[in-house]
Ligand binder design. Structure first.
Ligand SMILES: Cc1ncc(COP(=O)(O)O)c(C=O)c1O
Length: 387
């Protein structure tokens, strides 16, 4: 990808020579699909987040699909989640044949308004799919407490939240630690670490992890790695309908290097977010994102809210003219044509407002002080002129 040198880009993945060397080593071995690198990446990822089990897959969408299937979600069931998320969240529910039922987000952040959750539960509710939007932890403590009282499993869509932390059970936990039934991560290049594409499920349930490991490779009972490393002939069977959701060893080798750099990547992003907080103070009418005292974001994305009467698209164009790339805030699945037949059960006022008034501004590791000042100055100029 190339960037116009005069524009501050929204993001840039942090990939170095070490990743290239790790991939080259895999190529030399001749084993390029799911094998020892994937197994090692799973072990290291699980240890990093503090989970007993991890299962690597081809994307977070695949991770969500498998995790939902794995806890028994299927046709006729309902899954409570948010519309204000990348469409993959709701799509994964629909892949299982279940219905996503959307709960609105809060008015000051981009996560589920947990005050609305309990009233949305019905006899058909089979699971809660809690999203840590843009890397900011959602109120998992409250979601888990409601879920437990109704005996409903919880899956976390942690696509954006690798390296984010939450204060729960008396201490700081990394997202992916065994708090819910399973957490699903993405390694798409827009995320804080990448494998090109890829995903991971972490879980406290050994049986679930083993089932997902079968489902990701056509539900085959013997993996390629197990077969090829055994001295005895083994014949596999296919006991249920599976998928090809494998991660390759090429991706996993890159992921292992990226994971080793994650603490440094997150620390840098947190420092940049803290600078933004100071720089953007006083920009007329601009609402900046804030952490609750129980949340530490990895700041995968920094999304600000424009004042109500300011036109989002016009503002984004003016910022681009001043050398700052931005993106519209997170979408709402229920507003897309693919969801036209699925009428929301509840008002989604805050979700729609956030989509229409939020803009994502640049934040990436190599961002300089000058880049950040340019972004702040541009926002100040555009919003002062419009105020
Ligand atoms: C909240 C959320 N869930 C799921 C996904 C899907 O991730 P992937 O592209 O790895 O399938 C994304 C990707 O942007 C996301 O932001």
């Amino acid at each position: 990808m190339t960037y116009k040198s005069t524009i501050v880009p929204l993001m840039r993945p942090s990939i170095g020579d070490e990743e290239a060397a790790a991939i080259a080593e895999v190529l030399k071995t001749g084993w390029v699909t799911q094998g020892i690198q994937v197994a090692s990446f799973e072990e290291e990822f699980a240890a990093f987040v503090g989970a007993p089990h991890a299962c690597a897959v081809s994307s977070c969408t695949a991770a969500l699909h498998l995790a939902l299937l794995g806890i028994g979600v299927g046709p006729g069931d309902e899954v409570l989640t948010v519309s204000h998320s990348f469409i993959a969240t709701a799509n994964a529910v629909r892949y299982t044949g279940a219905l996503p039922v959307f709960v609105d987000i809060g008015s000051t952040d981009y996560n589920m308004d947990t005050d609305l959750l309990e009233a949305a539960i019905t006899s058909k509710t089979k699971a809660i799919l809690a999203v840590h939007q843009l890397g900011m932890p959602c109120n998992l403590e409250k979601i888990l407490s409601i879920a437990h009282s109704h005996k409903i499993p919880v899956i976390e869509d942690a696509a954006c939240a690798i390296g984010s932390e939450i204060f729960l059970n008396g201490g700081w936990q990394r997202i992916g630690a065994p708090m819910s039934d399973a957490a699903c991560f993405s390694f798409h290049p827009r995320k804080v670490i990448t494998t090109g594409d890829g995903g991971m499920v972490t879980t406290r349930h050994a049986e679930l992890a083993n089932r997902l490991k079968r489902l990701r490779q056509h539900a085959m009972t013997v993996s390629d790695l197990a077969r090829s490393s055994s001295s005895a002939v083994s014949l596999e069977s296919y006991d249920e309908l599976g998928f090809n959701y494998r991660m390759t060893d090429i991706q996993a080798a890159m992921g292992r290097v990226q994971l080793s750099r994650l603490p440094e990547i997150v620390a840098r992003r947190r420092a940049l977010a803290a600078s933004y907080e100071a720089l953007l103070e006083g920009v007329p009418g601009l609402a900046i994102p804030r952490e609750s005292d129980w949340a530490r974001s990895n700041w995968q994305t920094y999304c600000v809210r424009l004042p109500a009467l300011i036109n989002q698209r016009e503002t984004m164009q003016k910022l681009l003219d001043l050398g700052v790339a931005t993106r519209r805030a997170v979408m709402c699945a229920h507003r897309e044509p693919a969801y036209r037949d699925l009428k929301p059960r509840f008002p989604l006022t805050n979700s729609e407002y956030a989509q229409d008034h939020g803009i994502m501004i640049p934040l990436f590791g190599e961002m300089t002080d000058a880049n950040q000042k340019l972004v702040a100055k541009a926002l100040f100029k555009v919003l002062t002129e419009r105020a």
